[in-house]
Design a binder for this molecule. Sequence first.
Ligand SMILES: [Zn+2]
Length: 335
Amino acid sequence: MKNQLTANELRQKYIDFFVSKGHTQISGASLVPENDPTVLFTTAGMHPLVPYILGAEHPSGKRLTDYQKCIRTGDIEAVGDPHHLTFFEMLGNWSLGDYFKKEAIGFSFEFLTEVLGLDASQLSVTVFAGDSLVPRDEEAASTWESLGIDRERIFFLPREDNWWGPAGETGPCGPDSEMFIDTGRPACGPDCRPGCSCGKYFEIWNDVFMGYKKNADGSYTEMERKCVDTGMGIERTIAILQGKKSVYETEVFTSILAGIEKLSNKHYSDQEESDISFRILADHIRTSVFILGDPKGMAPSNVGQGYILRRLIRRAVRHGHKLGIEGSFLGELAL
Ligand SMILES: [Zn+2]
């Protein structure tokens, strides 16, 4: 699999595709959530749309698409390995009480095979296996099958893997269906399946079918107004499509890693220990730039978002020093 699609091209193709399917492109929201005091940053593409999934009418209609800047601060300490990022962009398409499962899966399949040019045999999908509260999602499975995904590539997984929500104790929720690229490597064992960490499968997209409401007594009621929420991480997806081992090997990071190489006189991918510092520095500078450039205008401080920003900058400086970069260098790398 060698598709040299860049992040910018993937973003544009995704938006164009969903606009051609009757969706309105809306602009992504601020990195600081409007309607959610429980978290510091927007953590997923669907985050700003929660009120509309809950029933509010969206001024741009019932079919929406966008790309959303996201920050996951729970991952700060995990950054340094080849995969984790604190900042990433998520593509999404939404149905707010308009189309549902069949159409959503049809759009996903068409985009993956016709726009991205993947073969159905390179894809595997997961669907909800069902339990005592909600039946198994046979409709999702048979829709995938009718489009050309073999039964043996459709995996029924339990609630912990294939169920979303509700956001609080009660409210809209439902089964999801995750799409994976199968690298074609041999299975690591009899239990190897999408979600396995051996590297055979890489998740690229998730369609959530919000067709249920969880009630206060723990039961589920099918909703009249059903919604679809989907999410595709741009950096991860292009890395997989480009056949790269890591998001840091994509063009998204080329210039910042080159800048660090120049300042440190070291080479990225020479030594694991310095590579970790390269990745932390690159990720943290990128995230800090987006926080500083956000329309909500944040600055380093002792609390809230400003505290996270301060932590990122401090950690970036520390790893810059570890690489032998002296003086104040962040401004140079942030350009
Ligand atoms: Zn495996």
